[in-house]
Design a binder for this molecule. Structure first.
Ligand SMILES: Cc1ncc(COP(=O)(O)O)c(C=O)c1O
Length: 496
């Protein structure tokens, strides 16, 4: 997809009711093409009978490689260019790139592109680990702006405009402000005010909106970040907007930074994009955009009715709590995504992890995430969960006596001893957890969920961080990304 391809897509009749890329794939799949190219299954049930049986033969027929005439190659705007154009229109951007390696890739592309503006960014400390990987890859240095923490529930929220302002003032060489909103728990920061602050400091606002790809498609949902003035937005479309897993989008806004950023993004995108990007994933983006833009109002309305009922009945029953109003009490939270229901399980006498485990094992209900204190239900845009089944199961959970036990506290990050990149590429050694305390971490280590790094390359390992990671690893469903061993008894640190 060239810039020319995407920008010249003003075709008569091309509007949100169209799915140009998916339609081009369909036409090709239906055509009698003798395939002598890759993928090597060549849509042959003889070559891959097991796979064809597993997925259905149609999936193989639609698995069409890049650089195919009339799909993403040939006269501009190609159907892929048209689909990207429609996505940019739908979210309110100047340009959209389709990603086939998740919002993780969007963060890598964004970091690589920002390095073309300078060497330092102001970054929300609680970003996803892919941003940290982006810093190492691009050689960007970060000055951190810290989110507020709900200590009682161990949840990090967003950042406030004044704290962004202060960090940008203290770091006049920064070339961008990079924040994440909404949070995994659905807390939404004041993007319009953050954009105003960033622009006043002469830098673009980059928003990792991985968890808000559905925003803006129903009046009861928050407005999306592009429409609030963000300059670059990373969107995990496969999350609540419903495209296939791993498909995502990168959106460039219309603001003053677009002309400078666009060629940088184009190059970074090409560097990070597979030369065999999956047509199936990209077609799912075309369909998800169409569904949100054309039917979102109705289908999301039904999802909102379901979550309203869920919230209302949980509150009426009285055993568990809902965290919405508590989250709104923090000054970096201006809205809550209604499609994320954060349930206080400790109030009902059971830890979030234990509740999640039992709900899956005994009731086959799988929640997106738990912490020590909460369960987080995610309802995809347009999905309508069986609320009665969920409520019955939830209220049948045993009390396991957590009330009164201390919550696993989110640890304070260790102090910075070097840049992410220096520690990432430094000579390292693996040491026992006790011996790692006081040493410089070489790895990014993040408790999952929510995947926010607790330890960054270049940060000093503290006893508090070790303790938190070990407790998380020991919890049911607990997983630590970047762990050398499951129980977090070993850490990789910088030698010397
Ligand atoms: C804030 C944030 N950004 C980026 C990502 C990465 O998204 P993806 O899984 O689409 O690569 C995640 C994943 O959960 C996330 O929470």
């Amino acid at each position: 997809m060239t810039p020319h391809d995407s920008l010249s897509a003003h075709l008569p009749g091309l509007d949100q009711t169209c799915t140009p890329y998916a339609d081009a794939l369909t036409a090709y799949a239906d055509d009698d093409v003798l395939r002598l190219d890759v993928p090597g299954h060549q849509a042959s049930t003889h070559a891959q009978p097991g796979l064809a049986d597993f997925l259905g033969p149609r999936v193989l027929e639609l698995d069409i490689p890049p650089l195919t005439q009339g799909i993403d190659f040939g006269d501009a705007p190609t159907p892929l260019g048209q689909a990207a154009y429609l996505a940019a229109q739908a979210w309110g951007g100047k340009r959209t790139w389709f990603l086939t390696n998740g919002a993780s890739k969007g963060n890598l592309v964004a970091c690589l592109a920002l390095r073309g503006l300078g060497t330092q960014v102001v970054l929300q400390r609680s970003v996803h680990s892919s941003v940290v990987d982006g810093l190492a890859l691009a050689g960007l240095d970060a000055a951190f702006v810290y989110p507020s923490i709900d200590a009682e529930f161990g949840i990090a929220h967003g950042v406030t405009p004044p704290s962004l302002d202060a960090t940008l003032t203290a770091n006049p060489d920064a070339v961008a402000a990079y924040v994440v909103t909404p949070s995994y728990f659905g807390a939404v920061a004041d993007v319009a005010a953050l954009a105003e602050v960033a622009h006043r400091h002469g830098v673009p606002l980059v928003v990792d909106e991985a968890w808000g790809s559905h925003f803006g498609f129903h009046p009861q949902l928050p407005t999306n970040a592009l429409r609030l003035g963000a300059d670059l937005v990373i969107s995990s479309t496969h999350k609540l907007a419903g495209s296939l897993t791993q498909s995502a989008m990168l959106h460039l806004g219309h603001g003053d930074f677009a002309d400078r950023l666009e060629p940088l993004l184009d190059r970074a995108f090409r560097s990070m994009q597979s030369t065999s990007a999956s047509a199936l994933l990209m077609a799912s983006l075309d369909h998800a955009r169409h569904q949100l833009a054309v039917n979102g109002h109705t289908t999301i309305g039904a999802s909102l009715d379901a979550v309203d009922k869920l919230r209302g009945r949980i509150e009426a029953e009285g055993r568990f709590g809902i965290l919405d109003s508590r989250m709104l009490g923090f000054d970096d939270v201006v809205a809550v995504d209604p499609l994320r229901v954060v349930i206080d399980t400790r109030a009902g006498g059971i830890s979030g992890h234990e509740a999640r485990h039992l709900l899956f094992e005994k009731h086959r209900i799988h929640f997106e995430m738990s912490t020590d204190s909460v369960l987080v239900a995610v309802v995809g845009a347009g999905a309508i969960p069986d609320v009665d089944r969920l409520l019955d199961a939830l209220h049948s959970l045993p009390t396991t006596g957590v009330s009164g036990t201390p919550v696993i506290q989110l640890p304070e990050p260790g102090t910075r001893a070097s840049s992410v990149r220096d520690a990432y590429f430094a000579p390292t050694e693996v040491v026992a957890a006790a011996d790692a305390i006081g040493r410089i971490s070489a790895d990014t280590v993040a408790a999952y969920p929510p995947g926010i790094p607790n330890l960054l390359p270049g940060e000093v390992v503290t006893a508090e961080v070790v303790d938190f990671l070990q407790q998380t690893a020991a919890a049911p469903f607990g997983h630590v990304r970047g762990a050398l061993v499951k129980d977090m008894s070993l850490f990789r640190v910088v030698t010397g």
